[in-house]
Design a protein around this ligand. Structure first.
Ligand SMILES: Cc1cc2nc3c(=O)[nH]c(=O)nc-3n(C[C@H](O)[C@H](O)[C@H](O)COP(=O)(O)O)c2cc1C
Length: 359
């Protein structure tokens, strides 16, 4: 089923990381337009077991493992990714206007570390171009819940960030199963300052009010960095709780450089993949300890196997996401994680993920 990727990977790895990613998306996009191919893809890749079914924030997930933001920035492959077995797909980051992002090269493989460094800077086609695609996908029906990740445009001054987030929320909410408020990318200057201080509570408060007016049932998540101090994190969690945010996506990439062996380790940007695991898990643990069951947690950062997935669930995550693991392990990773989780469920005699986490 998944055996083609070890043969394909060396070829893809000869290409610039961003080019290889674009080719993978193009291939998936071509396949997803033919319903019979989409069904074949599902049969080949998707792993189905009722014990993995999870309900979070009123949404039903076939399994806990979704696709992290940034993988399908312009929502071109949502049906294809769902057919590969993703339990949910988060598209974006979308900004109000189209933008090119930083100069290339801007994604670097750290193969010895199973990691990436990226400084993309939210290249995306912009809200107006992506909305019709989202509408069409909704009309056709989706196999998995769809999250839409929104962010401030690069040229929007920080003081006007709320306008960008408000515009995006009002435009995209009819097509989303949840919204991810991204205030943690390290590649949009100043964005991370929205995570603390005077800007945070008004931003979350205003978006919560808009949600109440336009889409009261739509879950709102905040995506955070792994680089916050414990005090900043507590401040953020308090603001999230006060403003009725449903959950936290932990975490985005890190600007820290834990011990790395790859030549590209010094590249500027956000680090993702296996070296991010400890920091991301620590943030998840902190959120759960601080907030009990009041916040849903989507755990992301370095998941490359079922063991890593289980560790995040045991740290307190309700759902999971992957990005860098897909680059190194291929699309069979989703199947492998879910199969591994079911094997552990069987070994522990647990009937659900919630029971497994409690064991
Ligand atoms: C190339 C690349 C692009 C990304 N783009 C975004 C993005 O646009 N928005 C966002 O919220 N996160 C983005 N991320 C962060 C991922 O969603 C995820 O939080 C992070 O990579 C950690 O997960 P991983 O170790 O499984 O990759 C990006 C990550 C990578 C590697």
């Amino acid at each position: 089923m998944t055996s083609f990727y070890p043969a394909l990977r060396p070829l893809l790895f000869q290409l610039d990381a961003e080019t290889a990613h674009a080719i993978a998306l193009q291939a998936l996009r071509a396949v997803q337009h033919t319903p019979v191919l989409l069904r074949i893809l599902t049969r080949m890749f998707a792993f189905e077991d009722a014990r993995l079914h999870t309900e979070v924030c009123g949404l039903r997930f076939r399994n806990p493992v979704g696709i992290a933001a940034g993988y399908d920035k312009n929502a071109v492959c949502v049906p294809g990714l769902a057919a590969l077995g993703a339990g949910h797909v988060e598209v974006g980051t979308l900004t109000p206007l189209a933008q090119r992002g930083n100069a290339r090269p801007r994604v670097f493989r750290l193969a010895q570390d199973a990691a990436l460094i990226n400084r993309l800077g939210f290249p995306n086609a912009g809200m107006a171009a992506v909305l019709p695609r989202l509408a069409a996908q909704r009309a056709r029906g989706l196999r998995a819940p769809l999250g839409i990740n929104i962010g401030k445009g690069r040229d929007t001054p920080l003081e006007l960030a709320l306008e960008d987030y408000s515009t995006l929320l009002q435009q995209v909410h009819p097509f989303a199963d949840y919204i991810a408020i991204n205030i943690s990318s390290p590649n949009t200057p100043g964005l991370r300052t929205l995570q603390s201080g005077a800007a945070l509570a008004p931003l979350l408060g205003a978006l919560q009010l808009l949600r109440q007016q336009h889409c009261p049932r739509l879950p709102l998540f905040v995506k955070i960095a792994p680089d916050l101090s414990p005090t900043q994190l507590d401040e953020l969690l308090d603001a999230a709780l006060t403003n009725k945010i449903d959950g936290v996506i932990a975490t985005n990439t890190t600007t820290a450089r834990p011990h790395l062996r790859s030549p590209a380790a010094g590249a500027e940007g956000g680090l993702s993949g296996v070296p991010l695991q400890p920091a991301s898990n620590a943030v998840i643990r902190h959120i759960r300890q601080h907030s009990g069951s009041k916040l849903t947690i989507i755990g992301v950062g370095g998941i490359d196997c079922a063991t890593a997935a289980l560790e995040k669930l045991r740290a307190g995550a309700n759902l999971l996401q992957v990005y860098t693991g897909l680059v190194y392990q291929g699309p069979g990773l989703l199947h492998a994680i879910n199969r591994g989780l079911v094997q552990t469920l069987a070994q522990c005699g647990a009937r659900s993920l919630a029971e497994l986490v409690a064991v």
